[in-house]
Design a protein around this ligand. Structure first.
Ligand SMILES: [Zn+2]
Ligand SMILES: [Zn+2]
Length: 320
């Protein structure tokens, strides 16, 4: 059995950053600003483009199609790939299980088997040797952290060594339908790219311009934004944020990513209590993924939901 591990380990067997974790305070503020800019600038660029394009290169059809595809593919990742397939936060009826595997594939973040295998490995080795995407991989000085952030955000995705699926997802490999959906990933990716322009074309009265703007906004921008947000959980939420809960890694709660990340940026709680169905457990912490699971439960599509009880939340607090 071969298991892929991070290559940049110190002699002590830990990534360089982890061995010097106590010496990372200097310049921390400047680094955090750089990191925030790294995530915020693409958002600003898109919002700046909206008024420029409005009326000729962007219309409310594109916004609606983009928002629907963002919500479906995004919750396919957060509720389906993450909370359900990776962590088993609830049980799902067969039809919902397959629907979530398909919906998550529409986010074009890799086939379900690969996504789940990588993420289970992330939890097993979070911010230690073996984590597929720790921003602390190269050390904790500014230069090493910038390199690590790039790796955690996007670079890791292109690692030639892939996570061993037989070790990390034997349960999913035993489900032939899930294996088939995982193998159909390129086709589902094509559907995700070409369905928005097809819908835009019909809705826009069979004009090619309507197809073109829907393709730009609801396919390209939507997938780009979703990737950026999902991977910000790996990069941003492992370098900054509040840490009200006791987790053995560097995960933090980042409030300003809560809405676009559909509740996933309450990442400190998630590492403290990985199987919980809701990540935004404190007052005012928005978590649309938790809401979706709640709706599935009400519709009797989901059962045995692991809702974090107030006592459980209390016991996970760092001060408890
Ligand atoms: Zn994490
Ligand atoms: Zn997780």
């Amino acid at each position: 059995m071969t298991q892929t591990l991070s290559k940049a380990a110190s002699p002590a067997g830990q990534p360089a950053g982890m061995t010097q974790a106590l010496h990372g305070e200097r310049g921390a503020k400047a680094e955090q600003w750089l990191i925030a800019l790294f995530v915020v600038v693409p958002f600003l660029a898109i919002f700046a483009a909206v008024p420029v394009a409005w009326g000729w290169g962007l219309g409310w059809h594109d916004v609606v199609i983009g928002a629907v595809f963002y919500a479906v593919s995004g919750h396919g990742i957060t509720v389906g790939f993450h909370r359900y397939f990776t962590h088993g936060a609830f049980k799902a009826k067969r039809a919902l299980r397959l629907a979530m595997a398909i919906a998550g594939s529409l986010a074009i973040e890799g086939p379900v088997l690969r996504w789940v295998a990588d993420h289970r490995r992330h939890h097993q080795f979070s911010d230690q040797e073996g984590d597929p995407h720790s921003p602390w991989r190269y050390g904790d000085n500014t230069k090493a952290l910038m390199k690590g952030l790039w790796h955690a955000h996007i670079g890791w995705f292109f690692d030639s060594e892939q996570t061993n699926q037989r070790r990390f997802v034997p349960d999913l490999l035993a489900d032939r339908s899930i294996v088939r959906i995982s193998k159909a990933f390129p086709w589902l990716g094509a559907v995700s790219m070409f369905a928005p322009p097809a819908i835009g074309y019909v809705w826009g009265g069979f004009h090619w311009q309507a197809a073109a703007t829907a393709f730009f906004w609801a396919s390209l921008v939507r997938v780009g934004l979703l990737h950026h947000v999902t991977w910000s959980i790996n990069s941003i939420c492992h370098t900054m944020g509040n840490k009200p809960f006791s987790a053995r890694d560097k995960s933090g709660n980042v409030w300003w990513l809560a809405i676009p990340s559909m509740g996933e940026s309450w990442h400190n709680l998630h590492h403290a209590d990985p199987t919980a169905a809701r990540h935004g457990v404190l007052k005012g912490q928005l978590d649309s993924s938790g809401r979706v699971i709640w709706a599935f439960e009400k519709l009797h599509l989901a059962s045995d939901v692991r809702w974090p009880s107030p006592e459980r939340v209390q016991s996970k607090l760092a001060t408890a």
